[in-house]
Design a protein around this ligand. Structure first.
Ligand code: PLP
Length: 385
């Protein structure tokens, strides 16, 4: 299928034609497409009469979610556990990986999900070290050099940084980790669904992502990928009935057979929000139908438009790298007075955020070049260069 952004916008985001807002904030919360809203309505109706929801429908929703998430990131379904957010997957890494005492490296400037779970490991003799920024961005060279240190046991970083939009070179960092026997953990939420990814071709051990942003899905949906060879090595972080093989057979729950699922379902502890995963399935199916490559190309051209415009404004500095290999859907720029610019955008109903002293825009498949131009023209009109 060829991706036609205008047709998609009409079909899945019809409200955008009459709403004066310009939605440029997928990096915070991705708007659900119409087909996902329809599934949410349908499941709400069913949920009001739970006898209309057979177990098979619930299990099918979960199985589809695992299968589609696996497809999205180039993994096998046995390597995917459904999670309600990114952080839970990162906690699994922090607490279940067989880490000896030592140092975990991350970049200064990471979203706290890559920080707190790893700062909490002091009692195991493990400390978190922040690699300082260089020119405001992650310093990959210094990180890669530090990985060779004998005290380093793991690296945790986000694939795409939440504030700057910097895209890490997972292959390079992962190869350095592999060469030194260091675990590589990735927070994927700011890239997952809008940047092509083939985890099987990458030296990544654990990859966690919530689906509420770029995957255009409900809050409380997401997944963790655990590399096949590690699945059975990791002792589940929390242990619940849903980790066990017996949980699929409600007739023998009280056999108490202590036997984890052999695949990544062993990390799914509790009853998952089936309703929300059914909705996420509709959104993920849409992204897979369009194709992540096509979505990425569309977003890259919109981000490129912003980057070109920042280049015309001597009073603004670009925070996001201009190199297409180092950027995804987040584009951030720092005006002279960020708070005043942000206030202007709010008045004009341009959904954006102010992060780390910069304006962050995050366009997705439904945004148009005209919308980007409307934003740049607005800022040019009110603050001429
Ligand atoms: C890089 C990054 N990681 C994690 C999160 C959120 O984590 P969670 O899905 O656990 O709420 C965000 C944004 O909210 C983020 O930007």
């Amino acid at each position: 299928m060829t991706f036609d952004p205008a047709a998609l916008r009409t079909r899945e985001y019809g409200w955008m034609a009459s709403d004066p807002a310009i939605y440029l904030n997928a990096a915070s919360t991705g708007p659900m497409p119409a087909r996902a809203v329809a599934v949410a309505d349908e499941w709400s109706r069913l949920r009001a009469r739970p006898h209309q929801i057979p177990l098979t429908l619930m299990f099918e929703a979960a199985a589809t979610a695992r299968r589609q998430f696996a497809q999205l990131v180039g993994a096998d379904v046995e390597e995917i556990a459904l999670m309600t957010n990114t952080t839970y997957g990162l906690n699994l890494a922090a607490r279940a990986l067989p880490l000896r005492p030592g140092v975990i490296l991350t970049f200064d400037g990471e979203f706290p999900s890559c920080v707190y779970p790893f700062q909490a490991m002091r009692s195991r003799g493990i400390s978190l070290e922040l690699v300082p920024r260089k020119d405001g961005l992650p310093d990959e060279d210094t990180l890669v050099a530090a990985i060779a240190r004998p005290d380093v046991v793991a690296v945790v970083i986000s694939w795409v940084q939440f504030a700057s939009g910097f895209v890490a070179d997972l292959e390079r960092i992962g190869n350095a980790c592999r060469a030194n026997g260091v675990f590589f953990i990735v927070d994927g939420i700011q890239g997952c669904g809008v940047r092509p990814l083939n985890l099987h071709a990458l030296p990544v051990d654990i990859f966690a992502s919530g689906a509420q942003k770029w995957q255009l899905s409900p809050w409380g949906t997401g997944f963790v990928y655990v590399r096949r060879e590690l699945v059975q090595q990791l002792e589940p972080l929390d242990v619940g009935w849903a980790c066990m093989r017996a949980s699929t057979d409600y007739a023998r729950l009280t056999d108490y057979e202590f036997d984890f699922f052999p695949d990544a379902r062993r990390f799914e502890v509790v009853t998952i929000p089936y309703h929300d995963f059914a909705v996420a399935n509709a959104s993920t199916a849409m992204l897979l139908e369009i194709g992540v490559e096509a979505v990425a190309a569309h977003i890259a051209s919109l981000v490129g438009e912003v980057i070109d415009w920042v280049g015309t404004r001597p009073d603004m500095s670009l925070v996001t790298p201009a190199d297409p290999a180092r950027r995804a859907g987040v584009v951030s720029f720092a005006p002279a007075d960020p708070a005043a610019t942000s206030a202007r955008l709010h008045v004009a109903q341009v959904a954006h955020v102010l992060r780390e002293g910069a304006i962050r825009l995050s366009p997705h498949c439904y945004n148009t070049r005209d919308e980007i131009r409307a934003v740049t023209q607005l800022l040019d009109a009110e603050t001429p260069p």
